[in-house]
Design a protein around this ligand. Structure first.
Ligand code: SRM
Ligand code: SF4
Length: 572
């Protein structure tokens, strides 16, 4: 199977490769260490494996210094991420997540940029019963993190529900069929007995093999004209092609990704490139074979160069396409025309199919909680108790109360009103188009604030927006606490990427439809400078923009930044 002409980079395997190799298909000593009550944490090797089970050991960084002073171990806690293809959850599943977050987590839920639930603050002793409760509601956390295929995203556009439900079924199939086959999860968390004498052969993981992938792998399906899933940021993106109201297949795009390291030009965000078209029935084969190419030729030595985007750029797009077709035994058709016009969400009530309704609710930065004066979590819980449709978590960290029957619409509207749940229409369109990653205090990699700071910064930017009459102008604005790119900042028309406490690199010029990366405009600046830059730029945009021109396009036309069309030029 492995093409002798193509080669994976040389070099000693990274430590994570050793851990996976010695782990007996992701078991490690997880079962034992989770029972150990001497520490609230777990050893590093097991923590690496833990990711494949959908969880990370974290510590509360707000408490880190204080605990160090008191010579206490860090305030260890686990983050748990659910696998929720396409972001669709039943009302009962919503209620279970809510209850678990209250009982075992930090009392909040985080709706992620890949359409799923995260819980933070789970103590080691509560992990098993939390995972078991998730399992009982027919969900799991398998492969939600780790060197495997992750949660498969799909468009959540309620305007096109028939197509959505079809596309959703494909995303579910991909997510399920690409799961690791090891029984490790079932043994560690669900008390499944290990069958004595099970041969631990390569066949345990027919697709992944015993070392799994060199790095995480992400798949998403977009339904034009909405590019809400940011299809060009995916390792493997599918663009639904709808002809005469029917789904005929998908354009295939490969090699996207957002992560990079500050100051390291060998790392960069990259856009996936369209290489052809396949039918829905061929989609699984395309995904499986693409994954095996990354399995065989990805960089297992240097993890920061291990994503599929670097494999594609190193081997060449045409070579990877030829290898894919070779493995498929057939050729992709020519890509079909498509058109995206935005990558954000559409808020409020929208009529769906067969008399049903959908309400897209703004969840700022995806945090579902009861805030002072805004009982968002309680309101959603009350809705879940009477809702007969489903909840659709969007790629922009919002939620759609979906498939509401016309009989139920009034009751749900009443609850929306009673709890003042917002479709965001009284905010600026800028805020409605904003997204921030988690960052502090839970993310161990954060260099700066993000989720907690973006709303504060937005308030100040909104004053400038109002001064310039731009209240209804949709401008995508994204913030992350580090360059890993969890809120897909390289695709924000305005973006802030954390560099140090209170300091951000400011990026400008991505396309409103998610088809062009942005470019660094100012390095390492704080709030004052951010605001003074935006004061000038937004005033110019208000005066000089052409009819219908988006901010990202304007800054390029006006020569503020150069257009970046390919990640390999990102740092130029
Ligand atoms: Fe992410 C790591 C949170 C979407 C790129 N991401 C992390 C970790 C687990 C930190 C860590 O490794 O210790 C963060 C946990 C923080 C916390 O306390 O919860 C984290 N990532 C998130 C979430 C929750 C952000 C959010 O606010 O919604 C998103 C969960 C998605 C999900 O449900 O699966 C999330 N992460 C993304 C995305 C966006 C996407 O996939 O569409 C990206 C960029 C796309 C990509 O992968 O290229 C992303 N996360 C990363 C990276 C950089 C990977 C790379 O290529 O270098 C890391 C760091 C790593 O893997 O070493 C990372
Ligand atoms: Fe953490 Fe960085 Fe991801 Fe934000 S972008 S959640 S700071 S890893």
């Amino acid at each position: 199977m492995v093409n002798p002409i193509l080669k994976a980079p040389d070099g000693p395997p990274s430590d994570v490769e050793r851990i996976k190799k010695e782990s007996n298909y992701l078991r490690g000593t997880l079962k034992e260490v989770m029972l150990d009550r001497m520490s609230a944490g777990i050893p590093d090797d097991d923590n690496r494996l833990m990711k494949h089970h959908g969880s990370y050991l974290q510590d509360d960084r707000d408490l880190r210094n204080e605990r160090q002073k008191q010579k206490l171990e860090p305030a260890y806690q686990f983050m748990l991420r659910v696998r929720l293809p396409g972001g669709v959850a039943t009302p009962n599943q919503w209620l279970v997540m809510d209850e678990l977050a209250q009982k075992n987590g930090n009392g909040t839920l985080k709706l992620t940029t890949r359409q799923t639930f995260q819980m933070h603050g789970i103590l080691k002793w509560n992990m098993k019963n939390t995972i078991q409760a998730i399992h009982a509601t027919l969900l799991d956390t398998i492969a939600a993190c780790g060197d495997v295929n992750r949660n498969v995203m799909c468009n959540s556009n309620p305007y096109q529900s028939k197509i959505h439900s079809e596309v959703y079924e494909w995303s579910k199939k991909l997510s399920n069929d690409l799961l690791p086959r090891t029984r490790a999860y079932h043994e560690v968390w669900l008390d499944e007995e290990k069958v004595a004498g099970t041969p631990e052969l390569e066949e345990v993981e027919p697709m992944y093999g015993p070392l799994y992938l060199p790095r995480k792998f992400k798949i998403g399906i977009a339904v034009p004209p909405s590019n809400d899933i940011d299809v060009f940021s995916q390792d493997l993106g599918f663009i639904a092609i709808v002809e005469d109201g029917k789904l005929v297949g998908f354009n295939v795009a490969i090699g996207g990704g957002m992560g990079m390291t500050h100051g390291d030009k060998a790392t960069y965000p990259q856009l996936a490139k369209v290489i052809g078209f396949c039918t829905p029935e061929q989609m699984y084969d395309v995904a499986e074979k693409t994954i095996t190419i990354q399995r065989d030729y990805g960089n297992r030595s240097v993890r920061k160069n291990a994503r599929f985007k670097y494999t594609v750029d190193r081997l060449g797009l045409e070579t990877v396409k030829a290898e894919l077709e070779n493995r498929l035994g057939w050729s992709l058709d020519e890509a079909k025309p498509y058109h995206f016009d935005h990558n954000g969400d559409r808020y409020g009530w929208v009529e769906g199919i067969e008399g049903t309704w959908n309400f897209t609710l703004l969840i700022q930065n995806g945090r579902v909680a009861d805030f002072d004066g805004y009982k968002l979590m309680t309101g959603l819980r009350e809705i879940a108790k009477i809702h007969t449709g489903d909840f659709r978590l969007t790629p922009n960290q919002n939620v759609i109360i979906a498939n509401v029957s016309s009989e139920n619409k009034q009751k749900i509207s009443q609850l929306i009103e009673q709890y003042s749940l917002t479709d965001g229409k009284h905010y600026t369109a800028l805020r409605r188009s904003s997204m921030a990653c988690v960052a502090l205090p839970t993310c161990g990699l954060a260099m700066a604030e993000s989720e907690r700071y973006l709303p504060v910064l937005l308030e100040k930017i909104e004053e400038i927006i109002d001064e310039n009459g731009l209240r209804n102008e949709e401008i995508t604005i994204r913030m992350t606490g580090c360059p890993n790119g969890c809120a897909r900042p390289a695709l924000g028309e305005i973006a802030f990427i954390g560099k140090a406490v209170g300091k951000y690199n400011m990026h400008l010029g991505a396309a409103f439809d998610g088809s062009r990366l942005n470019k660094m405009y100012r390095e390492n600046i704080g709030e004052e400078e951010i605001l003074s830059e935006l004061r000038v730029l937004l005033a110019r945009y208000a005066k000089e923009r052409q009819e219908g021109e988006h901010f990202g396009d304007f800054v390029i036309r006006a020569g503020v930044v150069k257009a970046v069309t390919d990640g390999t030029n990102f740092h130029d």
